[in-house]
Ligand binder design. Structure first.
Ligand SMILES: *Cc1c(COP(=O)(O)O)cnc(C)c1O
Length: 371
C-alpha cells in the first residue's frame, strides 16, 4: 500500500463560506451586527426553539446556562464522566459539584438506571451529553427530572441535528448548547450557541455574554456580572453558510459512517458504533472499540506511522488530575466508563473523506491487527 496522509478531521469550507466571510469583511461591521442576529434566528428555527444566543465557544455557552439557571456553590448536578472535560468544568466555574454516574455500554451516554441513586437534597439538575452525536435517553431523563424537580441542561455540542423519536435534540430541556469548533459537524472557527424556550434565560445569557449589559441600555450600564463571550460577525457568517448546507453535510457524514460500518464488519476485534432504535445520528466522530487484549495505544502508534490521524476519545473526566485532587476520584470508580475509554479509537472522519481513504484506513487497521 502507498502511504497516504489521512487527517482525523477537516472542516468543509467552500465558496459559499468564503463569500459570506468576505462580505462581512467588506462591510467593516465586525461585531454586534446583523449577521449574528441572523445566525441566531436560523439556528432557533432549525432546532424548533424560541431563542438562540450565539457565543464564542460551546464552553462559554454551557457556563452562561449554568449561571443563568441560578445554580450556585454547593448545588449538585448529575452528569457523565465519559465526555469532553468542558461538560463538567462548566459546573466547576460556578462551584457547582458535578456528580458522575456511569454510562450505558452501548450508547455510551449516562445510564439512567444509575441516576436516581445519586439524587439527594442538594441535587438541582441533570446534565446529559449526547456523546459522539448519539442522543441520551431524554425521555427517561426528563421524566426523572420532573419527578424530582430538577432542571435539565443538554450538552448537545456534539449532536447538532441528531433526532430522538423524530425530535431534534436541544428542544426538550431548560437549555441546550451546540459547539462549532472546526472538528464539529458545522463550524464557525470558534463558537457556540445556547438554545432555549425560556425568554428570561435567553435575556440573561444575552446580557452576560456582553459584559452584563442590559439590552437597550447604555454602553457602560452593567446590570450584572458579565463576560466577553460574544460571537463575532465573521464567525456568524461562516456559521450561516454552514447551517444552510447542514442537511447535505449530515447526509455526507452518514454515508461515510455507513461505508466504514460495512467495511469494518469483517474485522475481528473491532466493534463499530452502536445506534439505538428510534435514533437519527448526527455523526460527529467515528469511534470504534477494540476488543480487550488488543493494545489500543500500540494500534494508534502504528496508524500514525501510516499517516492516519486517530485519537483515544475520551479520557474519563473523573481521572483527570485536578478532578482526582478536588474530589478524590480514583480508577475503578466508574468501571464501564473506564473500560470503554480504554478501548476507543476515533478514525479519520470528515465530510469529504474519499472511498480510497476509507479503504486505506480499514486495510491499514486490518494489517495492524493481523487479520
Ligand atoms: C466540543 C465540545 C464542547 C465545547 O467545546 P468548545 O471548544 O468550547 O466549543 C463541550 N462539550 C462537548 C461534549 C464537546 O464535544
Amino acid at each position: 500500500m502507498m502511504r497516504k496522509e489521512v487527517p482525523l478531521s477537516m472542516p468543509d469550507i467552500g465558496d459559499r463560506e468564503r463569500h459570506a466571510v468576505m462580505a462581512v469583511l467588506k462591510s467593516r461591521w465586525l461585531s454586534l451586527g446583523p449577521v449574528v442576529f441572523n445566525f441566531e434566528k436560523k439556528m432557533a428555527e432549525y432546532v424548533g426553539v424560541k431563542y438562540a444566543v450565539a457565543v464564542n465557544s460551546g464552553t462559554s455557552g454551557l457556563h452562561l446556562v449554568v449561571r443563568g439557571l441560578g445554580l450556585s456553590p454547593g448545588d449538585e448536578v448529575i452528569t457523565t464522566p465519559f465526555s469532553f472535560v468542558a461538560s463538567a468544568n462548566c459546573l466547576l466555574f460556578e462551584r457547582v459539584r458535578p456528580v458522575f454516574v456511569d454510562i450505558d455500554p452501548l450508547t455510551l451516554n449516562l445510564d439512567c438506571n444509575c441516576l436516581k441513586d445519586k439524587i439527594n437534597g442538594k441535587t438541582r439538575g441533570i446534565l446529559p451529553v449526547h456523546v459522539f452525536g448519539h442522543p441520551a435517553d431524554m425521555v427517561s431523563i426528563v421524566e426523572i427530572a420532573l419527578e424530582h424537580g430538577l432542571t435539565v441542561i443538554e450538552d448537545a455540542c456534539e449532536a447538532i441535528g441528531s433526532e430522538y423519536h423524530g425530535k431534534k435534540v436541544g428542544s426538550e430541556s431548560a437549555a441546550a448548547v451546540f459547539a462549532f469548533y472546526p472538528n464539529k459537524q458545522i463550524t464557525t472557527g470558534e463558537g457556540g450557541v445556547i438554545l432555549t424556550n425560556r425568554e428570561d434565560l435567553a435575556g440573561l445569557c444575552r446580557s452576560m455574554r456582553n459584559q452584563g449589559r442590559d439590552e437597550g441600555s447604555g454602553w457602560y450600564d452593567h446590570g450584572r456580572l458579565g463576560y466577553n463571550y460574544r460571537m463575532d460577525e465573521m464567525s456568524a457568517a461562516l456559521g450561516c453558510a454552514q447551517l444552510s448546507r447542514i442537511t447535505e453535510i449530515l447526509d455526507k457524514r452518514a454515508v461515510i459512517a455507513a461505508k466504514y460500518g460495512h467495511k469494518l464488519k469483517h474485522l475481528d476485534g473491532v466493534t463499530v458504533p452502536y445506534v439505538a432504535p428510534g435514533i437519527k445520528m448526527s455523526w460527529f466522530v467515528y469511534v470504534v472499540r477494540l476488543a480487550p487484549g488488543i493494545d489500543r495505544d500500540e494500534v494508534m502508534r502504528r496508524l500514525s506511522q501510516k499517516g492516519i490521524g486517530c485519537r483515544a476519545y475520551f479520557q474519563p473526566i473523573h481521572l483527570q488530575p485536578f478532578y482526582r485532587q478536588m474530589f478524590g476520584y480514583k480508577p475503578g470508580d466508574f468501571p464501564v466508563t473506564e473500560a470503554v475509554a480504554a478501548s476507543t479509537l476515533a478514525l479519520p472522519f470528515h465530510n469529504n473523506l474519499s472511498e480510497e481513504d476509507i479503504d486505506y484506513v480499514v486495510d491499514s487497521l486490518g494489517d495492524i491487527l493481523g487479520r
